[in-house]
Structure formats: structure tokens, C-alpha cells
Write a protein that binds this ligand. Structure first.
Ligand code: SF4
Ligand code: MSK
Length: 658
């Protein structure tokens, strides 16, 4: 492959150390700079964010505009149609929620179709790996499982879950899993989702020029749409992924760019759907392909994950992981990647040029995601190996013809990952009495102050991984148990903080619990669709008792400190609508001091939901989250640590006599 060089526009001097706290990525950024190769970090420095767009103070929903309002004087002007700043910002926000929800639902629906074809026998390369999970999920939405065959339960489950997407009236199936009081709040406000297609369609209609022009009414439909993401499409993706490929349980994995091997054929899979990766595992274990790799001079074939599909794979199979979103270009700079195969979501177009520069073949595989300049080899679940075998063959050929000097940053961390909510149940309660009672008890007695979900992307507008790591360190220091998904989980794993030994960084109460159970203070739950595991964990905490009646009563908080995608906004809105205080970093696309801002950041909580928060500073973010957790503890009457009282025989006799 012809090597090309790209000249970076020298508009600004960049101090590379300010861009990332990932040492491996930093090493590759130095090499890229030397080679004159541009990455997202250069582009972010040279592309000043539009201040009006950043505040969402512009509208291009019709050809009377585009209209730009003044962020400094938001009520000084309206659009040509008369739209106010609150209408414009809420419509823009709505379209982000619609797009994010569409992504997760399209992913979930594709997974459900694969499940249907596996059950029908039309897809033969996959099978149901976890029948126990199949039965649990089916029973949770009222499907009879007693004495029935796996096939019959699976057929019913498919038909029931299909309603998540296609139903036009009624409530989505997983509404049955929502705590009663939370569901009551949704019903009162008319936001229980019907089906994803209906909700997304209605939100797009309402955010069109000249339809819904009341920011509070638009917010309602934002919540209804976002809820069909968290409790709908994403939850289906998680549950079907577990049923087909296995429910994760903790596994020790290696993470960071040092997992690449100079003497092996290195293949990276990056994206979000587990199907491609599962088939790639079969292909790299194919004896004829291993033989071909050896004949080409390689010791073996080394399969590595990145981003969220990598998270699904290391949670299920312990597959090594090379890094998060912002490292997907830098890893190509190693020259050691013999093929990168991608499916959907978070695949930057910039990969094409970096791949070209270092002679790495880049393959798109999903009909939804072609990229100009990448080679498309379509992946079909009914014949998956044709695609993945071909990618392996091309990777072997690239290995044989490597021209670029290899430089692999020697950074590898080890961490324990793969804490499904089922495993948390088992870990805390044991095989025969699996339950959330020990978690609730330790929250009530104050050893654990509360639980924080720290999730989401990395974003070159802030120092990569730094906000995630500092925030999480601050939270565990204050006895807050942290649960994680997505690129945030990868940041903490790279920082070496997902081991049981990291308990020494926790406050005394959390440390005691972690040491007793032998668990890390930071639990990685999987990919960004697996935020639904957090929702289920919250529901279980409510059901277990002692911490209030709805998710909004729990001493929990969420954060996406380095978010960047519309999917993150949809996730944030479904956590808020479910009752969770959710803080975002980087930037927030709403002008402070406006009515819409007040609605999202204050009034939603008064209506019985959670609310939004914002700060780019990790320490302030931790304080906001801890203050919220403490507020909830006060409301529950558990704000003072309640140590277990050990009673002696004399006390016991007094009690018996009473
Ligand atoms: Fe301007 Fe209104 Fe058209 Fe938006 S919908 S571009 S605010 S005229
Ligand atoms: S990959 S959505 S950058 S978490 Fe799920 Fe990471 Fe955010 Fe993509």
C-alpha cells in the first residue's frame, strides 16, 4: 500500500502532554507529529468550536433561516418565524436525543433480528449461550417459562421484544421492570414509551419548524424518547447479547496499546455490535488461517478490541483491549496494526487517512457504515466467516509486506472487568442467596455512601482520560462505589484502577466492603448500551428495600465527564427521566440562565425525575455528585453512619425479657 503523508495545519502550537493522560497515546501523538500525520487532537486544536453552536443558539430547521441568536443576550432576538431561544435550544436538544436513541435502537433491533434467525435456525454460526438468562428475561416481562422448551420461550421473547421498536400504542415490554413508583411518575406525566419508531418519529415531527414551540412539552417527548433507549432498544441489545453470547462475569484482562505484538498479525475490531467480533474470534482460531499466518512469518494472530465492541469482548472472553475512542487513530501510528475492522458508531472518518499513512487496511463491514477510502467487505450473519476470514487473509498479507517501522508503546495494565448486574447480585449475596441486600445494608449503615455511574466517551476538547480518572478517584476516596461503562471504563482500566488492590485508594468504609468481598471499588459493566445494567441495578436496589420507593429516592448519581456523542445526550436524558442526577463535563449545549436551562437543571427534579448538572472540573463534579448523594441520604434518614451494634449475652437476655 502506498504511504502518504498529511501536513498538519500549523495554526496553533500544541503541547502534546496537555492532550492526553494516556502515556501510550501520548507516545503515538509524538510519532504522528514527527511523521506529519494529523489526528483528532490536531483537528480539535485547529477547529475552534463555534460559540453559537456550542450554546445551541442557532437554528437551521427551515430556509427562512438559518437564524442565529445572541448567547450573551438570549432573549434579545427571536428567529424569523418568531421562535424563542428556549424553543430553539429545546428543539436542537430534542434532535440530539432522537439521533442518539435511533442509534441504540437500530443496534438493538439488529441484534433482535439476529436472535430471531438463530432461533429459526437460519443463522447457524451462533447459538443461545445462556438459557438461564433467556428464561430470566422472558419471565421478567411475563412470558411463561415453566416446563416450556427453550425454542418456544425464545420465539415468544422475540415477538414480545419486537414491540420495543414497532408498537404504536401501550407500554414497551421492559416497562414491567421499572420500579412501581418510578413508573407511576412516568404515567402521571404521560411519558411511558410506546415503541421506538413511534417516539422518535413524534420527536422529529415536534422539533420541526412550526410544530411544538413549548420547551416544557418538547422536554416531555425528549424523556419519552430517551426512555425507549434506556429501557427499550439498549436494554434489548444488552439482554440479547448476553443470551446469544453469554452473560459476563469478572475476568482479568490486559489493556492498552502494549497488547499489540510486533511478531504477530495484529487485527483490531472497533465499533459496537458483538456479532462481527464473535465471528472474528472464530476466524483467528481457524487452523488454516493460523497456518497461513505462520507461513507468512508471524508467530500467531493477535485479535484486539477497541471502544465498545472491545468492551463486550473482554467482558465475555477476556480478549485484550487496546484503548478508547480517542486512541483509535493514534494506535494506527504504531505501524503494527495489520487490519482494522469496524462496524458502526464512533468510527471517525479521520481513520482513513491515518490508516493510509501507516499502510493499515481499514475495513468497513456494516451496510449502515461505509467510509470513503475504506474497503467495504460486508458482514452477513448468515455467512459471517466469509467476511471475517477475508479480513484475516488481508491482514496476513499486510503483515508479510510490512514496510513501516513498528513502534509499539510498551504500556499494558491489568484489570478485572465484566461485572454484569447478575454477577453483582451473586458476588454480594452468594450462590444460594444472591441479592442486593448486602449492598443496600452497606449503604444504609454508611460504609458505602452511595453509588455513582461514571460513563461515556473521550473528547479531544479535554485532556483524554484525565477527567474520568480524577473524578473516579475523588468519588471512591469519599466512599462512593463507582460503576462504569464505555470509554470511561477503558480510561480507568488503563490507569490500573480496576483491580481489587485499588481499594487502598477508597475511603475506609468502601475499602472495608471491597476487601471483605474481594472486589475493586470500580466495577466495569461493559459497552455504552450496557448502561442498562445500571438501570437494572438501580431497580434491584429499590426492590430490595430500605432506600426509598423509586429510583429518584436512591443515593446515586451519574456522570459523563468527557462526553461527545448524541448517544451520550440520549443516555443522560434517560437517566434523568429515570430519576438520576446526571452531570456532564466538557460543555453543555444550553445557555445558562434561560428557562429551558432551569427546566433541565432544576424543575425536572421538582416533578419527581432526576435533573441535569454540568461542570468541566472533575473535583467540582465529584462534589456535586456527593452533595446530591448526601441530600438523598438525608431524605431517607440514613445521613449518619449507623454502625452495626454488637450485642452481648446480657443485652440479649434483656431483650428476650422485654
Ligand atoms: Fe429560523 Fe424559525 Fe426557520 Fe429555525 S425554524 S431557521 S428559527 S425561521
Ligand atoms: S464508544 S459513544 S465514544 S462511550 Fe461506545 Fe466510547 Fe462514547 Fe463511542
Amino acid at each position: 500500500m502506498e504511504e502518504k503523508k498529511i501536513v498538519i495545519r500549523k495554526e496553533k502550537e500544541i503541547n502534546l502532554k496537555d492532550l492526553t493522560s494516556c502515556e501510550a497515546t501520548l507516545q503515538m501523538l509524538k510519532r504522528a507529529k514527527k511523521d506529519g500525520v494529523e489526528t483528532q487532537f490536531d483537528r480539535a486544536v485547529n477547529m475552534r468550536a463555534c460559540p453559537i453552536g456550542a450554546d445551541s443558539a442557532c437554528c437551521k430547521h427551515c430556509a427562512m433561516g438559518p437564524c442565529r441568536l445572541n448567547s450573551k443576550d438570549p432573549y434579545g432576538k427571536v428567529g424569523v418565524c418568531g421562535a424563542t431561544i428556549d424553543t430553539i435550544m429545546s428543539r436542537n436538544f430534542a434532535r440530539m436525543v432522537a439521533a442518539g436513541t435511533a442509534c441504540h435502537n437500530d443496534h438493538g433491533m439488529a441484534m433482535l433480528e439476529v436472535f430471531r434467525d438463530v432461533v429459526n435456525g437460519e443463522i447457524k454460526d451462533y447459538k443461545i449461550a445462556d438459557t438461564g438468562k433467556l428464561e430470566t428475561v422472558a419471565a421478567s416481562i411475563g412470558i411463561e417459562t415453566e416446563g416450556r422448551s427453550t425454542h418456544d420461550i425464545a420465539i415468544d421473547l422475540y415477538h414480545e421484544l419486537k414491540k420495543t421498536y414497532t408498537q404504536v400504542e401501550g407500554e414497551i415490554p421492559f416497562a414491567k421492570r421499572v420500579p412501581e413508583k418510578t413508573l407511576e411518575t412516568w404515567r402521571k406525566h404521560g411519558i411511558v414509551p410506546r415503541g421506538a419508531m413511534r417516539e422518535i418519529m413524534e420527536l422529529m415531527n415536534r422539533s420541526h419548524m412550526g410544530v411544538d414551540q413549548d420547551y416544557k412539552n418538547i422536554t416531555k417527548q425528549c424523556s419519552r424518547t430517551a426512555l425507549v433507549d434506556g429501557w427499550g432498544g439498549s436494554m434489548v441489545a444488552t439482554e440479547i447479547g448476553d443470551i446469544l453470547f453469554g452473560t459476563p462475569s469478572p475476568v482479568s484482562i490486559e489493556i492498552n496499546m502494549g497488547v499489540l505484538k510486533e511478531d504477530q498479525v495484529n487485527i483490531i475490531v472497533h465499533g459496537h455490535e458483538p456479532n462481527l467480533f464473535e465471528s472474528m474470534i472464530s476466524s483467528v482460531n481457524e487452523p488454516s488461517l493460523i497456518q497461513a499466518a505462520r507461513e507468512a512469518g508471524a508467530k500467531d494472530i493477535n485479535l484486539v478490541g477497541m471502544c465498545c465492541s472491545g468492551l463486550e469482548m473482554f467482558s465475555r472472553h477476556g480478549t485484550p483491549h487496546a484503548g478508547n475512542f480517542s486512541s483509535t487513530e493514534p494506535i494506527l501510528v504504531t505501524g503494527a496494526v495489520d487490519a482494522m475492522a469496524v462496524d458502526i458508531q464512533c468510527i471517525q472518518q479521520g481513520l482513513v487517512k491515518v490508516a493510509e499513512c501507516y499502510g493499515t487496511p481499514l475495513f468497513t463491514t456494516n451496510p449502515r457504515c461505509h467510509i470513503e477510502g475504506a474497503t467495504h467487505i460486508e458482514f452477513h450473519e448468515r455467512d459471517p466467516k466469509t467476511c471475517t476470514d477475508e479480513i484475516v487473509i488481508k491482514a496476513i498479507s499486510r503483515f508479510k509486506n510490512r514496510k513501516i517501522p513498528i513502534e509499539i508503546p510498551q504500556y499494558v495494565s491489568r484489570g478485572v472487568q465484566g461485572f454484569s448486574h447478575e454477577y453483582i447480585n451473586y458476588m454480594l449475596g452468594g450462590t444460594f442467596r444472591g441479592s442486593y441486600t448486602p449492598l443496600n445494608d452497606n449503604i444504609i449503615n454508611g460504609r458505602i455512601r452511595g453509588v455513582a455511574g461514571v460513563v461515556g466517551c473521550t473528547n479531544p476538547r479535554v485532556k483524554q482520560d484525565w477527567v474520568h480518572v480524577e473524578l473516579v478517584k475523588e468519588l471512591i476516596k469519599n466512599d462512593v462505589l463507582v460503576i462504569q461503562t464505555g470509554c470511561s471504563q477503558i480510561a480507568l482500566a488503563k490507569a490500573g484502577l480496576t483491580t481489587p488492590e485499588a481499594a487502598h485508594l477508597a475511603g475506609p468504609g468502601l475499602r472495608e466492603v471491597c476487601e471483605t468481598v474481594g472486589m475493586p471499588p470500580i466495577l466495569g459493566l461493559g459497552a455504552c448500551v450496557d448502561n442498562t445494567r445500571i438501570l437494572i441495578a438501580c431497580s434491584e436496589m429499590v426492590r430490595t428495600g430500605g432506600l426509598g420507593e423509586s429510583i429518584a429516592d436512591l443515593p446515586v448519581a451519574g456522570a459523563a465527564p468527557e462526553w461527545m456523542s448524541e448517544k451520550a445526550i440520549a443516555i443522560g436524558q434517560y437517566f434523568v427521566a429515570s430519576g438520576v442526577f446526571t452531570v456532564f463535563g466538557v460543555t453543555f449545549p444550553i445557555i445558562e440562565g434561560t428557562k429551558f436551562h432551569k427546566h433541565l437543571f432544576e424543575e425536572l427534579e421538582e416533578l419527581g425525575f432526576g435533573k441535569w448538572g454540568f461542570t468541566p472540573d472533575p473535583y467540582e463534579m465529584a462534589q456535586l455528585m456527593i452533595a446530591h448523594i448526601d441530600k438523598k441520604r438525608r431524605a431517607l434518614g440514613i445521613d449518619r453512619a449507623q454502625d452495626r451494634v454488637l450485642i452481648d449475652m446480657a443485652d440479649r437476655q434483656k431483650l428476650d425479657a422485654a
